[in-house]
Design a protein around this ligand. Structure first.
Ligand SMILES: [Fe+2]
Ligand SMILES: [Fe+2]
Length: 474
């Protein structure tokens, strides 16, 4: 089904046939546009940006590329096609027909799950709103804006579910999603990682590599939900999410590439010299990786969680690739290994798999992150440089779960408070590191030109050349 763009709200959910829902969303739309104007990309309202817009859910051609002013972007509501006779695939209701309506007993839990996911979408737009002022190229500026408009659409996706299935409380939640603000002390976003600053492009690329990847795993787990509209919504969101991960992974890859070139050109690995040459030394990149990895890891919650167990048993949130896993999908007598603290060191223990579902999803994410790191490591390897990136221990710099209150080295050794104070500047970005990275952030807007600290991409967007005018300044 393709989308009728003459409608006020493009959709494939036959909005026209449900007048009260349509009116509710049409009332929310101006509030959304006000929010975009206030909290969306800074000074971007008049720019013509070469963006993709979702125009159908056909895997072969769901996107259309053209210049658009972002306030005119067509944020639409798209659900992946319904699967015939879809069943509940796990938990206590396994085998029953998937739910087209919210069961009364799970109403408040499902609403909370949807609101928590929905809240991350505008939060990241708010976190990234100043980055356009310091873009390293038009190509990167366009990618930033693409991510921003799609996070806006993901908010639409969640607000649609709230309006369509949760009545008046759903509409109130929809309003509250436009009222919270990332980093605000009175009315912050729900999750800590979404209240951190994204002050520079290195942080942005780490965020899209790590935190958007958390989004991928959360959406994938919700795509398994017995609540079919949520499943179908998340499945389509995942098609857009892939580009966000691409932006992060290739962004960092291009920074590594550029640094390696300068290291070889000047035959040096001295961070001070490399900084003098205007590139980001590899140990500093490792510190940013450590920071974003640990902050994002917290988003999965506690290693052992009775909430996670209930969500699963109730059929609300599955495992990653639930239907591809070969087991009973009820986890009655299965165990899973989680970390544990024994006096002065980290050990592991077996717990009922049902209670370890947060940890399992985190492990799936970690394995996926590691693959990206392996691809990054081919860059210094090819350049004949010995440096390799690695992930810190899971318990490093954690604020939620088992490791809260402990100090761990990146290798996973429990250390004293004094030792941490003495050594953490070597493991996490310092104010000085951040000031240096900040000092590199200029603004490059000539087509085909790139800031000195980042290599050009191998290819452009949608088969356009790298020096294409991805953003036009009116
Ligand atoms: Fe998103
Ligand atoms: Fe995303």
């Amino acid at each position: 089904m393709s989308i009728n763009y003459s409608e006020k709200i493009p959709n494939n959910v036959d909005l026209a046939s449900n007048k009260s829902l349509q009116r509710a969303l049409e009332r929310w739309q101006p509030a959304y546009l006000d929010w975009w104007g206030e909290m969306g990309p800074d000074k971007s309202q008049t720019l013509d940006v070469y963006l993709r817009t979702a125009v159908s859910v056909d895997p072969k051609g769901w996107a259309h590329y053209d210049y658009v002013k972002m306030p005119d972007y067509r944020w639409g509501i798209f659900l992946a096609p319904a699967q015939n006779d879809r069943k509940v695939n796990f938990g206590a209701h396994k085998g029953a027909p998937a739910w087209q309506d919210v069961p009364g007993e799970y109403r408040s839990t499902l609403r909370r799950i949807i609101v928590t996911q929905g809240d991350t979408e505008p939060a990241s737009v708010e976190q990234q709103r100043h980055l356009g002022q310091t873009c390293p190229s038009l190509y990167d500026l366009r990618n930033l804006f693409q991510v921003n408009v799609e996070e806006g659409r993901h908010l639409w996706a969640m607000v649609y579910l709230l309006h369509a299935h949760f009545g008046r409380d759903g509409r109130e939640e929809g309003e509250a999603l436009l009222e919270r603000r990332s980093g605000d002390s009175d009315n912050p976003r729900i999750l800590t990682a979404f209240n951190e600053k994204t002050p520079d492009w290195l942080s942005f690329f780490m965020f899209t590599f790590l935190t958007d990847r958390d989004g991928k795993y959360q959406l994938a787990a919700l795509a398994e939900s017995a609540f079919d509209p949520l499943s179908r919504t998340c499945r389509f969101m995942l098609t857009e999410e892939a580009h966000h991960l691409f932006v992060g992974e290739t962004g960092i890859g291009r920074i590594i590439q550029r640094t390696c070139e300068v290291m070889n050109e000047h035959k040096t690995d001295d961070p001070a010299k490399l900084r003098g040459l205007g590139v980001i030394d590899l140990p500093t990149l490792q510190k940013y990786l450590n920071f974003h990895y640990s902050v994002t890891s917290d988003l999965y919650g506690s290693e052992v969680s009775s909430n996670a167990a209930s969500f699963y048993t109730e059929g609300l949130k599955g495992r990653y690739d639930e239907t591809k896993i070969d087991d009973d999908h009820q986890l009655d007598s299965v165990e899973y290994e989680v970390p544990d603290v024994a006096a002065d060191r980290i050990v592991s223990k077996h717990v009922p798999a049902l209670t370890a579902l947060n940890e399992r999803l985190r492990d799936d994410w970690v394995a996926d992150v590691q693959k990206g790191i392996d691809r990054w490591n081919r860059i210094p390897e090819k350049a004949g440089i010995a440096f390799r990136f690695s992930l810190p221990h899971k318990g490093f710099h954690r604020r939620i779960g088992l490791f809260t209150g402990l100090h761990l080295s990146p290798e996973g050794k429990i250390i004293s408070e004094a030792d941490w104070t003495h050594r953490h500047a070597g493991w996490l970005p310092t104010d000085e590191d951040r000031a240096f990275v900040h000092s590199l952030m200029g603004r490059v807007t000539e087509p085909g030109k790139f800031a000195n600290w980042i290599a050009p991409p191998h290819q452009g967007i949608n088969k356009q050349p790298v020096d294409f005018e991805y953003v036009r300044f009116g």
